[in-house]
Design a protein around this ligand. Structure first.
Ligand code: ATR
Length: 272
């Protein structure tokens, strides 16, 4: 039996153990996966001990993704771009490797599960924290016609523009200097949903046929999904599909087998 875990704080409500157990059953892989809450100052020592004791892989969630990036000796391409890591494992020589599968999860859910190609789309990314970084690290690989970043703290949006501007046409704004135009894809990467709030966007940002995606999810949908539906979005999606797809990519890095995600997404939706 190979041991895996998701490490975070808080982590009690993580759906990852459930999702990975479904993947393990489906692929007939001998995987045991649990959730571990770690104090902020013991993350590094936890990771070292986990792998020293024979652990096979870790998922990393809030607030440790940047710490995991710093700890990682060999970065995958998306981890390198995002400067954050959500998947850790050892290679054959025992080197600690890290990749970020969040952006892949987001893009697969949008493009593959919901048949919405990103190429040539005008993208609005709301937020400029860790979630936005992970999203951008893969969004820029799909030739959007533009990516507009809008964030409460302008300097953070500008920083992302600096880092990602070589890979796609990226512009940065604060809510104050943002002049609303139409977008084809609007991704909410803020943590505002946690407090039941919405980003301050005018409804005229939705182009006809617009896809709105909330990277968060919650029982009964999210406020942003509700807002998108009320304002005529063609697609209004919460982050459950992304959650399952990022987990599938981690599983496939670890086990070399890509699980089938559709049934798992449906199951989680039924339960939310
Ligand atoms: P995560 O890892 O979930 O991205 P984060 O790095 O703390 O968490 O980023 C949270 C994002 O939500 C940021 O874009 C943050 O804006 P700031 O960069 O200005 O902090 C955004 N956010 C959180 N609370 C907000 C609020 N009340 N109004 C607007 N944006 C908010």
């Amino acid at each position: 039996m190979s041991l895996y875990a998701v490490v975070g704080n808080p982590v009690e409500h993580s759906r990852s153990p459930y999702i990975h157990q479904l993947f393990a059953n489906q692929t007939e892989e001998a995987v045991d996966y649990c959730a571990v809450k770690v104090d902020p100052d013991s993350f590094d020592s936890f990771v070292k001990k986990f792998f020293d004791d024979g652990g096979a892989g870790l998922n990393v969630t809030v607030p440790f993704k940047e710490a995991a990036y710093r700890l990682t000796e060999r970065h995958g391409p998306r981890a390198m771009l995002a400067r954050s890591v959500n998947t850790l494992y050892l290679d054959d020589s025992g080197t600690l490797c890290g990749e970020n599968t969040d952006g892949i999860g987001l893009v697969r859910d949008i493009q593959d599960n919901n048949s919405f190609p990103i190429q040539e789309k005008r993208v609005l990314l709301v937020g400029a924290g860790g979630a936005a970084r992970g999203a951008l690290a893969e969004l820029v690989n799909h030739e959007p016609s533009s990516v507009i970043l809008v964030n409460r703290t302008f300097s953070k949006a500008e920083q992302l523009k600096e880092e990602f501007g070589n890979f796609a046409p990226v512009e940065a704004f604060s809510y104050d200097n943002f002049e609303a135009t139409e977008f084809d894809l609007i991704v909410n990467a803020t943590s505002l949903g946690l407090t039941g709030n919405l980003p301050p966007l005018e409804k005229n940002v939705l182009a006809p046929g617009c896809c709105c995606y909330d990277m968060m999810y919650g029982t009964g949908g999210t406020g942003f999904v509700q807002w998108a539906k009320e304002n005529g979005a063609a697609l209004a999606l919460d982050g459950i599909g992304m959650l399952v797809e990022q987990a599938a990519e981690s599983f496939s890095i670890w086990r070399g087998k890509k699980p089938e995600t559709g049934a798992v997404i449906s199951l989680l939706r039924e339960q939310s």
